[in-house]
Structure formats: C-alpha cells, structure tokens
Design a protein around this ligand. Structure first.
Ligand SMILES: Cc1ncc(COP(=O)(O)O)c(C=O)c1O
Length: 461
C-alpha cells in the first residue's frame, strides 16, 4: 500500500506559514504552544516537558524570537538572556552585521561543492591565525564543540603517536564518544562505558597532579599525547584556577613532550574579558578548540586551531579527517562577521568592564544573603553564583525566570548557577538583573527562614 503523505503535506505547509508570518494572532499563538508541547511529548522527548515544568513557573513558555540581549516567548514575554546559550550569544542575539553577512552569502551560495577551493574557509582560517595567541596557524572547521574536541584529540594522537590523555575532574568537553571520554561527569559517562581507552582524570587546578600523572604514564610506557583543559571550567560551575596553573601545565607538557589542548568552546570569543581566556596568563596551547560564539549566535560552527607542526600528517593526506558540512560558506560568513564585530565593537574589553561592574553590584546584593549564597566568582562576563544548597539555587533560578531573567540553573544542577549574558548587555539591563535577583533572594531567604522556624517549632513541640 502506498504511504499517505497528505497529513505531512498539510502540516508542513502550516509550519511554513508560521515561519513566514511576521506576527501571530491569538489563535495561532495558542496553536503554536499546544502543537509544540504535543510534538515534544510524542516525537522529541516527553522528558523535556517534565524538566521544563521543574525549572519554570510556566513550562508552556515557548520561545519564538530574539534580538539584542533578550528573547521573547510566543505570548510576547521578554526575558533578559543571562544564560547566553551557555556562551553562544557573545555578540548578542542576531547581531545585524552577522545576520547581514549570512543573508548576503545565502543569496550567492549556501553550501560548498566539496571539491573546489571554497574561499570563505580560507579567509576565516587566516583571520583565526590573526586573532589567536602565539603561533597558532592552521584551522579545521566543524559544526559543534564536541566535534572540535574530537578533532583535537585525534590530531594529538596523530601527531604524537601516543595513546594517553590527561583530563580533569569536573571538566566538560562534549558528549560524543571521544569528548565524553575527556568529560568528567559520571552521570553522563556511565551509560556509555566503555568509552575511548587511554583517558586519565586528575583534580582540576592542581598542576602537581598533572605532573604525577605525566610521570607515571611515561613510567608505564603509556605516554601522554595531550593534556586537555578548560582555562576556566564552565559546566563545572565557573571554576577559576590560580594564575600559575596554566603556565605550570604548559611547562610540564613541554617537559614530557605532551601537547596542551585548551578547550575554549565556552570561554573563547571575548567571554572572559580577553578574546581567549588563556591570554590572561599568556599561555599558548598547541591546539585550541572553539565553537559556540564563533558563529555569532546565528550559525553553528566550531574550529580546531593548531600550531603548524600538528598538521604534518594532515598535509600529507588532507582526507585523514573530514566533515561534509564543517566550514561551509554560510557558517564561515557568520564567523567572519562575528570576529569583525568582536574587534570593532571591542567586545572583549566591554566584557571585562561590564563583568567588573556586574560582579561589584552582584557582590553588594549576595553579601546580604549569606544563608542563601555561598560564593560569587567570575571573570569578565563568565560569572557563577554558588548557593548553600542545590535547592536554594534552584529556587533562585526559578524565581529569576518568573521575573523575566534566564540563568543556567536546573533542578538537578543548581548549586552553582551561571550568568553568561551577551557581551553587549547594557548597564540598564545589568541593573535590572541585579534588582530582580535582590527581590528573588529576599523571597528565597524569607521562605527558607520560615521553613527553618517551622522545623524548630516542630522539634520543640
Ligand atoms: C568547554 C566545552 N567544551 C565542549 C562543549 C561541547 O559543545 P557542543 O555542545 O557544541 O558539542 C561545551 C558545551 O557546553 C563546553 O562548554
């Protein structure tokens, strides 16, 4: 029997009409929310509905458009974006110049032939060589952070011929097999064991632990190809190591003939107040992983940028590692525009200044609630607030959502919440965030005290 496609045709037409519409009427808004929830329940993953119910005051809030430093749900509720897509939206949402570059490129050629030389890939690689630290020279383009890490790991093995990698506890590098092997969180790794062999994890921020591991691996004949690190751990809760950590690790790598891979997928492109976080301590990695903000919050693109020597075998055979869509013209156009915007608008400098201001204002507020907040830490606009308990952090993230501020904090992971707004966030918006946080902290503090008093009364009675 022939398959009946009439429903698929009608649905796709309705979806396309919605995509094309500038404004939705009330009936359309209602339908978009209902259809989205149903599609997620039946065809994406009902788990997301449960998750959204837990982190939001209204789990049917469905995002619809964005611009500047905010996004808006289907019903027109605006949120200040302090999650920043975990580091995607450094240049803001749909920066006009990034968008224009993409539209211009789309009108000429979307994807490349896969055979001829595609100019934008060359242009972007050259630009990256210009802006990355030290003598990083060659770039290989991919579509995501995890692919950037996969490539970096493969290139390290290819170059050194060695089997072992040293990664760090609380590190996050992605979830495909290789990058997950470097990632440290048991809950993400356990269901997929065994992962790629040869990974050892040592405590983050401890150069002596790396030295011991380098030494024992050499001793047992399993020499280390590379040490892979985030200069500041993002997913781990904005963990900033001491300033001598990276320089010491660099020296150790050189001593033992291991490469240093820095994963700047989240810290890169101006987030921490310098274009790359390793520039705060003048360390040049052998391989740098980029993604997230590289595409300007408009297109997905990642990159592996490396020293010349790493490319030796790839030059002999450029097909040793390939990807169909990596470095396509539209994504490269977005990345070229992103670099231009970051530089011309001095966004790394702006992140440093805004970060200083925001940290100062946040400190004044969180200092008033020591029973709720344990610590505030950050560099540039990569800021983490650590709470006394996971539950308190979760209540704060939920409260902020209610007042129109999105931060990264979930029911299962809210002990530290991350604040990573676009680097373009205005002074007024930062003030609004601080004001709303103050309100939420007061509410959470009061609720916690009331609960504490009830418990004490219960004991006395
Ligand atoms: C430091 C770091 N590396 C790698 C990744 C993985 O990137 P992606 O989700 O694009 O695969 C992330 C994502 O959060 C990250 O923060």
């Amino acid at each position: 029997m022939e398959k009946d496609y009439s429903q698929a045709i009608a649905l796709s037409k309705r979806y396309l009409d919605l995509i094309a519409s500038k404004e939705l009427d009330d009936a359309e808004k209602y339908w978009v929310v209902k259809e989205t929830v149903e599609c997620f329940r039946n065809h994406v993953n009902p788990g997301f509905l449960e998750y959204r119910k837990s982190v939001s005051t209204d789990y049917t809030s469905v995002e619809w458009k964005d611009g500047g430093n905010t996004f808006t749900d289907v019903y027109g509720r605006e949120f200040i974006d302090c999650l920043g897509g975990f580091g995607i939206f450094n240049t803001g949402h749909r920066h006009p110049r990034v968008l224009q570059a993409v539209l211009n490129q789309l009108q000429r050629q979307a994807l490349h032939s896969q055979e001829l030389l595609d100019p934008l890939r060359g242009f972007l690689a050259r630009l990256l060589a210009e802006i990355t630290p030290g003598d990083l020279q060659y770039a290989f383009f991919v579509n995501s952070g995890t692919e950037a890490v996969e490539g970096a790991l493969k290139f390290a093995r290819m170059y050194t011929g060695r089997p072992t990698f040293i990664a760090t506890t609380r590190g996050f590098h992605g979830k495909s097999m290789g990058s997950l092997s470097a990632t440290a969180k048991g809950v993400f790794r356990r269901p997929f064991l065994p992962l790629v062999p040869g990974f050892r994890h040592v405590p983050y921020g401890d150069a002596a632990a790396i030295e011991m591991m380098l030494e024992s691996c050499a001793f047992v004949g399993e020499d280390v190809a590379a040490v892979i690190l985030e200069p500041i751990q993002g997913e781990g809760g904005v963990i900033i190591p001491s300033d001598d950590y990276l320089p010491q690790v660099r020296e150790l790598c050189d001593h033992y003939g291991a490469l240093l891979i820095l994963d700047e997928v989240q810290t890169g492109m101006g987030r921490t107040g310098k274009m790359f976080a390793c520039e705060h301590v003048n360390v040049v990695p052998d391989i740098l992983c980029l993604a997230k903000a590289l595409g300007g919050g408009v297109m997905p693109i990642g990159a592996i940028v490396a020293r010349e020597k790493i490319w030796d075998k790839l030059i002999d055979n450029p097909f040793l590692h390939t990807t169909t869509f990596g470095g396509n013209p539209v994504c490269c156009a977005a990345a070229i525009a992103t670099i231009n915007v970051l530089l011309e608008e001095k966004l790394p400098e702006r992140a440093a200044e805004s970060g200083k201001y925001l940290m100062g204002e946040l400190q004044k507020v969180v200092g008033r609630y020591p029973d709720v907040v344990q610590e505030l830490r950050g560099r540039g606009l990569m800021i983490g607030i650590e709470f006394q308990t996971n539950e308190l952090g979760y209540e704060v993230a939920k409260g902020l959502f209610k007042y129109g501020v999105l931060v990264a904090g979930t029911l299962i992971n809210a002990k530290s919440i991350r604040i990573e707004p676009p680097l373009t966030i205005s002074r007024e918006q930062m003030d609004q965030v601080v004001e709303r946080l103050d309100k939420v902290l007061a509410e959470v503090d009061q609720k916690a005290r009331a609960a504490g008093m009830e418990e004490t009364a219960g004991h006395i009675l």
